[in-house]
Every structure is written in C-alpha cells, then in structure tokens.
Design a protein around this ligand. Structure first.
Ligand code: PEP
Ligand code: CO
Length: 383
C-alpha cells in the first residue's frame, strides 16, 4: 500500500526515472550494518544518561563540498565542538555530522520569488539546483545518482579521517541526514546479509523532519521498518499523545539508542510544550535520547531580507530544554545544530554584532548556520 508522503519531488513520470531507480537499487550500500550498530550502541549509552550527543553540520550540503579537504574541515569542527562538550560535561560525546546525504530539503512553500521571478523552490541538490533559473529548478531524478556519489565521496573522507585519527567505526564520527526523498531512501533499503534485518544503507542515522512526521505517512513507516538508530523532530504543535504514538511506531521494542527525539519548539513554546511530552514519553516506557535543535524554531527575517537566527534565542531555547529535562529527572543528552566549518556571518550574535554584519559571509544554501565560534558559545552557555 502506498501511504501519503509530503514534500516529494515531481519526477516519476519522466522516462529516465525507472532506470535511475534500478541503478540505485543495485548500488553498493554506503554504510555497513556494523557501523549502524555501533552508532546505536553509543546512543544507548546516551539514553541511559552516560554520554552526550552532538549532531552538527550544514542545513543543506552541496555536491561541491564532497571532497576530502572540505570534509576534513567539517570533521575538525565536529571534533572541536564535541571536545568542548565533553570537557564541560565530563562525559563521552557521540558525534554525528549532518553530512554525506543532507541533500534534500522540505520547504514551506513550493514556489518562491527571486528577483521578481516566481520559481519552484530549491529543494536541495538531490532534487534541483539553487540557481534562480527555471531550468535549474526542474526536479531531476538523475540528481539522486549524483547525491549517492557525493555521499560516497564524503564517507570515504570520513573513514580516512577516522583511521588517521586512530579511531575505528565503533567510536564514530557517524553521518546523519533527514530521510526526506522516498525514491532515494527506499532504493537504498538493504537486508543485513547476516541477520536479514532491513537497514537504510544511505546513512548511519536518518531522521524524520517536522513536516513529514505524520503518523499515517510513509516516512514514519519507512523509519519504523529499519533497524538502527533513527531520529524524529518534535515541534511546538506536537501533542503528548502524538509523540507517544510516534514512539510506538518508531521504537516498537523500547530499545535504548533506537529513537532520538530532536526537540525544536522555539524559545517561547519550549517551557510549556515540552514538560507534558517528556512526562508522557517516560510513562510510556520509551528510553529515548533527548536532543535539542534550538535553530529551526527560531528563524526570523532580518531587515536586510536574509533569513537569520539570534544566538541569544538559540541559547535561550537550549537552556530551557536542559532545564525541562532535568526538572523531570531526565538526561538532556545534547544538541543538534546547523554549523558551518568556516566563519560565516549568517546568525546574529558574538562577532556578528548586528543584522548589517550578515552581509559579509552569508553563504548558506538554505538556513542560516552558526560559525564554529558561535557554536562554542552555545555549548558553553548551555552546558
Ligand atoms: C532541518 O533540520 O534542516 C529541518 C528542515 O528541520 P525541521 O524538520 O525541524 O524543520
Ligand atoms: Co535547516
């Protein structure tokens, strides 16, 4: 049965679609079941209160970044920020990059107006191109193959970096992305040759976004069916009943490390909306990992026209998150942040003193990211 699915590309009628799907379905897995199990074990420790979690990276990756030098810079940023979180909390940190697959974006509107022209919205390089031209904005299924190749290149760089650092797959870092485009994710479903269990061969940690977590929808069914750790965003409109039902579908066996709830309420909703959810999930017996995404509920339009976020709001939401969890006797495991590996000026705060300073290095393909320095300030303020 085909379930409804929001935010999908329009490309199934194109003549090349079936061949592309067949090619992806025959492709080698990008990640191994053993790595997925290792990531799940690390998250199980965090679920029990014994470790922290940090998930960071671009809002949308670009194919042009799928090389060793850029990936190395991103991994060093991840290592630096994780090191700071470990130092401040005295706990190990399970590290995840929003990388090697973060190529598809949900959009609030299917169209946007750029320089006076109405165009289909940019949906990530897996679907279409960011240039403000109709030809580039066409949904092109061949981009799924480019996304697969880019992810493979990033993963090669991750593994090379890991072995240079004397680390194995059991310590991470691992890769994560929003499992959004079902034609891509479904084609990368594989069975573990040893156990027969289904896994998503596209990433170590897929998550479901706020716009696609509908209970009867295809994304929830897909991630409910795979083994390995999965995440789900939880926004301000989620009720305790909805979240408990999501837990039932995504964490059927009540396994520590299986489900990470990534809370993104906005700084004001957090203190009232989160406590009943935490209490309901606890009563239902789901040993979830609680992570705060203090970015996506705090996006505003700057006077200069760009989308931005204020460091003070991000800190306010993540601090409120930690307080709510701790007041409930639960572990506030960590943070999920959009962070660049360079000194971008996309969020206001710290060195970006006001909105006029956003202009200098505003480079994101989608949402505004923190610079590494701003991200350190978040970690230091919250933990
Ligand atoms: C994202 O993580 O980039 C995103 C789109 O988040 P959300 O689904 O929480 O809006
Ligand atoms: Co984003």
């Amino acid at each position: 049965m085909t379930l409804p699915a929001a935010q999908q590309p329009h490309w199934r009628d194109l003549p090349e679609f079936d061949l592309i799907e067949a090619e992806l379905a025959g492709a080698l897995p990008l990640v191994a079941p053993s790595e997925i199990r290792a990531a799940k074990s690390a998250l199980a420790v965090a679920a029990a209160g014994g470790a922290r979690v940090l998930q960071i990276g671009d809002c949308a990756e670009s194919f042009a970044d799928a090389n060793r030098a850029t990936t190395g810079r991103k991994l060093r940023t991840l290592a630096d920020l994780s090191g700071r979180l470990a130092a401040r909390t005295g706990q190990e940190v399970a590290r995840f990059g929003r990388m090697a697959g973060q190529y598809a974006k949900p959009r609030s509107s299917p169209f946007e107006t750029v320089l006076g022209r109405r165009l289909p919205s940019f949906r990530g390089e897996l679907v279409n191109g960011p240039a403000p031209e109709a030809a580039d904005r066409r949904h092109d299924p061949a981009r799924m193959l480019r996304a697969y190749d880019a992810a493979a290149a990033v993963l090669r760089a991750v593994r090379a970096h890991r072995s240079r650092a004397g680390q194995g797959p059991e310590t991470g870092p691992w890769v994560a992305h929003e499992a959004l485009v079902l034609d891509y994710e479904n084609a990368l479903l594989r069975a573990d040759p040893h156990t027969g269990e289904l896994f998503l061969a596209s990433t170590h940690f897929p998550w479901i976004g706020e716009r696609t977590r509908g209970l009867g929808q295809a994304h929830v069914r897909l991630l409910g069916a795979v083994t390995g750790p999965v995440g789900c965003k939880v926004g301000p409109a989620a009720t305790p009943e909805t979240v408990v039902r999501l837990c039932g579908l995504l964490d059927r066996h009540r396994e520590p490390g299986r489900l990470t709830l990534i809370v993104r309420m906005g700084k004001d909703a957090m203190r009232t909306a989160l406590p009943p959810i935490v209490s309901a999930v606890h009563s239902a017996g789901h040993p979830v990992v609680w992570v705060s995404d203090p970015m996506h509920g705090n996006t505003v339009a700057a006077k200069t026209g760009q989308k931005t976020r204020h460091l003070s709001h991000i800190i306010q939401e993540a601090t409120a998150f930690r307080r709510v969890l701790e007041e409930a006797g639960q572990h506030a495991a960590g943070l999920h942040l959009e962070v660049a590996a360079t000194d971008v000026t996309e969020c206001v705060g710290g060195p970006v003193t006001d909105e006029t300073a956003l202009r200098a290095r505003y480079e994101t393909l989608c949402d505004p990211r923190l610079s590494p320095e701003q991200a350190l300030e978040v970690i230091d303020s919250v933990f």
